[in-house]
Ligand binder design. Structure first.
Ligand SMILES: Nc1ncnc2c1ncn2[C@@H]1O[C@H](COP(=O)(O)OP(=O)(O)O)[C@@H](O)[C@H]1O
Ligand SMILES: [Mg+2]
Length: 287
């Protein structure tokens, strides 16, 4: 089934996940347009990985819907999975294979023919600088090499939507540069990328659109430029963040441009907010 041309690449409606009594993700509604480089930002434990697992079929939502390229995920799981690539938080690679064996295995799993699989495997290994030790087993790879291999495996079938959970975590600057080059090339060619990160700098440098999740709830959503200027979005979040900041103090004053870090800290708390100052009082023995 072909998705409608004008559908969002990713659409969620009231996406919710509970673990027992605890609500990890609460009523998240998001829309990501095709070709967007979308950053999903939030502090540790905010619900980023839980959300991305629901967006990629790795975890069933408690309630709410996910549509990818206009297809309902629950109704068309196989069609959707053909169109997406995923690098999950825990990587989950098969360790007893070489990188080349691994990529050829994944390519064949996606139904690529042998010639295409072999060609793409070679190209990806070259691009990722993973070709120099052809006999090395994946289990003996460094963390950065494993991340690069996981990304190669996630794109071998040419997905139109790519999901990455903390792709730069534990990756050195050289490997990170390779990963970024690859991702930028993909978005230039029309792919949609959804990445999670708790690192503001990464999101600010790469992404055109950003959502911020805090305690399972979406607290910001818009283009990076809009968020920086506090346009339209910031004041409205005030009532939605439990026990947080005063909404009026969050919007940028006229002409003021906020950095993403300032926005993030004002929303989710940090130095200078009441909660943190109180917490520091408690730690007075530390000094
Ligand atoms: N399988 C699970 N069982 C119980 N709680 C979970 C499970 N997975 C995640 N959580 C909880 O949900 C919250 C959000 O987790 P997660 O989505 O991993 O956050 P993030 O990726 O933003 O750091 C955390 O409090 C986490 O402990
Ligand atoms: Mg996570």
């Amino acid at each position: 089934m072909l998705p409608a041309m004008d559908s969002p690449a990713i659409l969620t409606r009231d996406l919710t996940r509970r673990f027992g009594e605890f609500t990890a993700v609460e009523s998240v509604s998001l829309s990501v347009a095709p070709g967007q480089f979308f950053g999903f930002l939030g502090p540790n434990g905010a619900g980023k990985s839980t959300t991305i697992r629901m967006l990629t079929g790795l975890l069933a939502p408690t309630s709410g819907q996910v549509q990818i390229l206009g297809l309902d995920f629950a109704a068309h799981p196989v069609e959707v999975k053909r169109q997406i690539g995923v690098v999950p938080e825990g990587l989950a690679l098969f360790g007893r294979l070489t990188a080349s064996e691994y990529l050829r295995f994944v390519g064949r799993m996606y139904g690529l023919d042998r010639v295409t699989t072999n060609r793409r495997t070679e190209e990806l290994l070259d691009f990722m600088n993973l070709a120099s030790e052809p006999r090395k087993l994946v289990t003996d790879f460094s963390h950065g090499m494993q991340k690069k291999l996981a990304l190669a495996a996630a794109v071998i079938h040419g997905p139109r939507v790519l999901f990455l959970d903390e792709p730069f975590e534990g990756v050195d600057a050289i490997a990170a540069g390779t990963l970024k080059a690859m991702l930028q090339r993909m978005t230039e060619r029309g792919a949609t990328i959804f990445l999670t990160s708790h690192v503001l700098e990464i999101v600010e440098r790469l992404c055109s659109h950003v959502a911020i999740i805090h305690q399972g709830r979406l607290v910001a959503n818009g283009s990076l430029d809009d968020l920086r200027q506090g346009v339209n979005t910031l004041p409205a979040w005030g009532g939605r963040v439990a026990g947080g900041w005063a909404g009026s103090g969050t919007a940028a004053a006229a002409g003021e441009k906020l950095t993403l870090e300032e926005i993030f800290l004002r929303i989710v708390g940090g130095p200078g907010t009441e909660a943190t100052d109180e917490a520091l009082q408690e730690l007075s023995w530390l000094a």
